[in-house]
Design a protein around this ligand. Sequence first.
Ligand code: ASP
Length: 318
Amino acid sequence: MWGIIATWRMAVEGIGKASEMLKAEGDAGDAIETAIKEVEDFPYYKSVGYGGLPNEEMEVELDAAYMDGDTLDIGAVGAIKDFANPISIARRLSRESVNNFLVGEGAEKFAHREGFERKNMLSDRAKIHYRNRVKEVQEQEIKPYSGHDTVGMVCLDTHGKMTAATSTSGLFMKKKGRVGDSPVSGSGFYVDSMVGGATATGLGEDVMKGCVSYEIVRLMKEGMHPQAACEKAVQMFDETLRRRRGKAGDMSLVAMNNKGEWGVATNIEGFSFAVATADQEPIVYLTKQVDGKCVHEVASQEWLDNYMKTRTAPLVEK
Ligand code: ASP
């Protein structure tokens, strides 16, 4: 058995590439890195890698993490600038015995020394989004934060090895130096090849309050199916946040166990995800909540076409 599951429609091309590798009995580490790089490199996705939206100082600061479910090795970078593939730097850091999670200048120094590709990650489209947002904020006197989507993946290879990985530009208009849940173990991701893995997208500040990825893996370890584990963890934590704080940020989690069974839960409308297994070609699903349960529907061709059309549509400066 092999499988790979990921947050958001944007992951499906990467999942396709990873599937080919996994089918050929490739390694879960190589497959997940390839899949995440595909998303980082695609210029029209505004929340990951090149083309990701900048912080309030118009700098693209990126967070990424990689975890090996066999050894429990973790590598992560936070608020790193000017490198093409943060996921590869995170994976490289996972092989160090200490200094596994580096941020800002320290992460950049490491990446430079190790010869990773430098790149100005601020695209022309991202500059237009930034300038439009600055105008909106001034005109409407609203909070600047707007939009965020992390690509997070969990992967199982034919040798039984599992990996998890994330990559994101975080919250659009964040403060310089802000790091979300995505590179934080247990919050943005967690994987144990003996059990399974989970990964999150949503408001990092809230996801971190509940260590939701770890909670899902813990529930799977107790014997729950990934779908039941995701629903229980997301529903309970969403309720906790509403009861204790009056509101809960967006939170969507995907999980896979070491048998290739998967699950997804969300507290928002319109969450999309992509999954492929030995029994199933890469498919994009949309999740709806019906009577407190998350129901997954295959995305229609119309929805998929429309998604690409809106992502690549010409941008006008306001
Ligand atoms: N979790 C990410 C962050 O807070 C953003 C997202 O996944 O939507 O940085």
